[in-house]
Design a protein around this ligand. Sequence first.
Ligand code: HEM
Length: 373
Amino acid sequence: MVSRADAVTDTAIAAARSPRYTDEEMAAVGIRPLRTPEVEAFRAQPVDHVGPLPWPFPEDLGAFRYSVNVDPARVPRPTRAGEWGRHLVDLGGADYLTIMTEKRITHDADPHRTKIRRGMEPACWDLLLYYLRDLAITHPEVMHLDEGVDGNPDAFHWRNDLLGTDQRFVLGEWDSIPHGPLEFLSREVPDDMLLVTERDGRLYFDAGAVCFAAAWSVSFDVGMDMYEIHGPVPRMRREGIVARAEQFLRRLPADRVYRRLNWNLAASPTRKYDIALESLPSWGRDMALRQAAGDAIPNVQLRIELEHFVRLPTTGAVTFNIRTFMASLEELKAVPEWCAQLADIVEELPEDIAAYKGFLDFSGDVVAYLRAG
Ligand code: HEM
């Protein structure tokens, strides 16, 4: 006989594993995939949260501390479970439509997820073109960009068959593209898009379309410099990490793209991408609810951010774009070496860092679960 506790656990785990929106829910946010063989093949891929996970720890690492951990981008990195990092944008395989639906629902519900300071409009266009060109090159079977349409060098035609997007626009004419260039792009790619510019030797976060911030708020942070933004992060300023990060970004060359990984155990033990401060009421009680149901820990999500730094070709603005990946601790059990390493790292982590990351209260349970056979 299946007990109630088992039934709750099975349902919750199934929901955490494979959230899916119906065609009607996708259509409500303008997502209408074409029915081409290429799109069908893309959508038929198996859902896999572990294979493409950018595992954030070198194999021999047993203790984690913050650092300026940057590497050249667009280099495929094999892992124990698969591979990550081949392209600038990881669409997310079969999860792409799910992620994009959640993102568009968030944008529709809250216009404040997009913030653009005065003077940033050219950088937003720069960013849009850079990404659309990259996508058309890396996914030519489903994404297409025509340039110089009808003999006008500023006229473009973008098609994304996976989402059913078919949009013409004119570079520099803000109203020629729905939601403006920054949010339009955010509605096409899983990544949160952030733009940084330099003034008087300091870097400022001057524009962003950010739906999946991990317990911070784009409205609150836009306009801040690197020191202000990282103020809440323990040790960063004191250990000179902010200064080194700023120096790295100021010197970022125009012809090379870099990336960095960040990790956390998410505050909500669900596959909700939107755990921004703005939507705290919709996820703040998830942990308590799942603890009461007795299935919190297997559903705790290792949340990994893959961040890309690009110096944009026309304006020189720098991106800090964040692609969020998640796998539950239960899913991680497929790779015992990862479970052992994560247990060591969580157990050793100093209290101030675990408290900032928000998992101090349940870290002991996480370690025990990861070590249980
Ligand atoms: C090489 C460059 C950078 C490094 C090494 C770096 C490092 C970090 C680290 C270690 C954290 C704490 C994350 C955690 O423990 O979960 C953090 C948080 C954060 N970073 Fe950065 N960062 C860099 C660039 C940037 C840039 C350019 C921006 C903004 C445009 C930014 C925005 C943020 C935000 C919003 C947070 C969350 C702060 C909060 O909790 O309020 N970072 N960063």
